[in-house]
Design a protein around this ligand. Structure first.
Ligand SMILES: Cc1cc2nc3c(=O)[nH]c(=O)nc-3n(C[C@H](O)[C@H](O)[C@H](O)COP(=O)(O)OP(=O)(O)OC[C@H]3O[C@@H](n4cnc5c(N)ncnc54)[C@H](O)[C@@H]3O)c2cc1C
Length: 577
């Protein structure tokens, strides 16, 4: 093992939104920062995400009349018995400062969409806009030599290599088979993408979470932050005084880092660790009933903090941000995942269980849908369902990864993503679903859908549902009978966007030990730490919003906390920051 020792002020483990926010703020305060990233790419799951950040109290929301009281009420309602008052206060206090700082002092730019409804529009305090923002499209060339170091998009999310930007851009893609104007728009985007990919290995325009990471990495390079890829942190070390003082690194920068102000665990959560899932997730006791699209969330957060008494805070009513996925096999026989974050609430699509019965409002959020899917399968060791579409819906919208007309369906069928049959009974047989149950479900659903109603689950009954549907469809943006063959199905299984039950932390994001005392010099943020929403999913960006904000506060406060540790009254540490 190398005995090389490198010194810095702050060591950050992981290069996603949380880690980079901490690194940027600390470096801007004049501290030397190292970001150790175990993957060969920078950006983590954030780089493949939608890039939304739920940051209530931002300037747009305030201008639209959003109030702290409404925000708190909304969060409290969703958190149920797991409301984390102190963490929520800290978050809300810091949102304006963190977002303004990112926009003013770094290359990060956000888009403030006119409409991005909260996910629970029927809950008190919900708002149709003003709380969720997203990363503005970036030109990858701002990265210079680092251009190809940021993780590429999630390939199942791209349309022939292009990743549609959330908002008007994606709307053009969704209408490309219905409007010439949209078709021309999409064609131009695709031709540009292909030409740049052939000539420069990657298209210049970066969208969604990728744009956020391009912008953060660009700023990090300007601030002289050392970004070490292929460098896993294997152990965190502390001095004889009990204060964390660095870590042991492997891989490309094998050796030891001494970090004067401490170490930030921004390594993601444990979604990809079967034994931790088995311990904490009720639907996955054998560790084989879950498929995560997150990257690098291998449970290193838990393992790295354990020697200090760091432990998982399970005081959340849902332990992860759920997102149903379709699991299928690529042409090179690799496992591929498609997270269904939008497609459920479109007219002419429904979701059913193995009995052919609906079990949830398909236009609720992927998180709420996931909760319903887990409950519905509680008596079984495998959690799954099927999205069903008729030929009208398939032709107009497709089913997630299986694109609509005029894209040929052969590939989607060959990879096992899509199943097709001429009749409802035939489809049920093909996918192993109870045929009479499915027929009955369709006749019930169709009767209401024709009137724009869903008496069983109230689908299409609020703004958020409509936003997830087809706003141009009447009489209800979410409802249309499934009555024209052939019929289609895609299997959905349980997936997530990041664990909610993460390391227990205090309001300074300091990791807590077994006695709930802060471990001096050890911080955690992002999916590595417990979610502040208590298991609820408030709106677009429920993971990245807090990751950015708490990353920022760690970078802001680490030096002050270190200074306070030098004071003679250790019990007073952290009180006044
Ligand atoms: C398809 C998709 C879309 C999503 N869209 C959104 C969205 O729009 N808004 C939202 O809020 N959430 C979204 N999410 C969830 C969100 O992306 C993640 O929860 C969030 O990005 C996590 O940020 P993070 O900084 O905690 O971790 P990450 O961005 O995952 O970064 C963690 C990094 O730590 C590295 N790491 C792990 N262990 C070590 C170690 N020992 N040493 C060094 N490095 C290590 C990992 O390799 C990884 O690169 C989405 C997720 C997916 C999959």
């Amino acid at each position: 093992m190398s005995s090389k020792t490198v010194k810095c002020d702050l060591l950050v483990i992981g290069s996603g939104a949380a880690g980079m926010a901490a690194a940027l703020k600390a470096a801007s305060e004049g501290h030397s920062v190292i970001v150790a990233e175990k993957s060969k790419w920078l950006g983590g799951t954030t780089a493949i995400s939608g890039g939304w950040a739920w940051v209530p109290g931002n300037k747009q929301g305030v201008a639209e009349g959003d109030t702290r009281a409404e925000i708190e009420l909304y969060i409290k309602t969703l958190a149920k018995d797991c409301f984390k008052a102190e963490m929520v206060q800290t978050f809300l206090d810091a949102v304006p400062e963190a977002i303004d700082w990112l926009e003013r002092e770094t290359d990060v730019e956000f888009v403030y969409p006119e409409m991005a409804p909260d996910y629970q529009m029927d809950a008190p305090g919900a708002k149709p806009s003003g709380r969720a923002i997203s990363g503005k499209v970036a030109d990858g060339r701002i990265l210079g030599q680092n251009r190809l170091r940021v993780r590429p998009y999630l390939d199942t999310y791209t349309v022939f290599g292009y990743m549609p930007e959330v908002g008007p851009d994606i709307a053009q893609f969704l209408h490309a088979n219905q409007s010439w104007k949209s078709f021309v728009y999409v064609s131009k985007k695709l031709v540009k993408t292909w030409a740049e990919t052939v000539a420069f290995r990657r298209a210049f325009d970066r969208t969604n979470g990728n744009s956020l990471m391009v912008r953060m990495v660009s700023s990090a390079a300007k601030l002289g932050i050392r970004m070490w890829t292929e460098t896993p942190v294997t152990e965190i070390v502390r001095g004889e005084n009990g204060i964390v003082r660095g870590a042991v690194l492997g891989g490309a920068h094998e050796g030891t880092v001494e970090a004067r102000l401490g170490v930030v665990i921004a390594a993601g959560g444990y979604s990809a660790d079967a034994s931790l899932r088995a311990r904490y997730w009720r639907h996955d006791p054998d560790g084989a009933n879950h498929f995560t699209p997150t990257v690098g969330h291998d449970g290193d957060n838990v393992r790295l903090a354990a020697p200090f008494g760091g432990h998982v805070d399970t005081d959340v009513h849902e332990p992860a941000a759920w997102a149903p996925v379709t699991v299928f096999t690529g042409l090179r026989k690799q496992q591929r995942l498609f997270p269904h974050l939008r497609a459920f609430g479109l007219p002419g699509l429904i979701a059913v269980n193995r009995h052919g019965k609906r079990f949830a409002n398909e236009s609720s959020s992927y998180h709420d849908f996931g909760v319903a899917m887990i409950e519905d399968n509680a008596d079984s060791d495998r959690t799954f369902g099927y999205i069903i579409a008729d030929s009208k819906a398939m032709r107009k919208y497709g089913i997630g990864y299986a694109k609509p007309w005029p894209i040929p369906q052969g590939y989607f069928k060959k990879t096992g993503f899509l199943h097709k049959a001429n009749t409802v009974a035939e489809l049920a047989d093909k996918i192993g679903v109870d045929a009479s149950g499915l027929k009955e479900t369709l006749s019930e659903f169709n009767a209401g859908a024709a009137q724009g109603k869903d008496p069983a689950f109230n689908r299409g009954s609020n703004w958020f549902h409509h936003f997830k549907g087809d706003m141009e469809h009447t009489p209800n943006p979410n409802l249309e009978p499934l009555d024209r063959g052939p019929y289609y199905a895609a299997k959905i299984q349980m997936g997530d966007l990041g664990a909610y039950s993460g390391l227990a932390v205090d309001r300074h994001s300091q990791v807590l030990d077994d006695d709930n005392r802060p471990v001096p010099g050890l911080f955690a943020a992002g999916s590595a730490a417990v979610s502040i929403f208590g298991g609820g999913y408030p709106g677009y960006g429920a993971n990245i919003g807090p990751a950015l904000v708490f990353g920022y506060t760690i970078g802001r406060d680490a030096a002050l906390l270190a200074e306070q540790r030098q004071q003679p009254t250790p019990s007073a540490v952290t009180e006044d920051v």
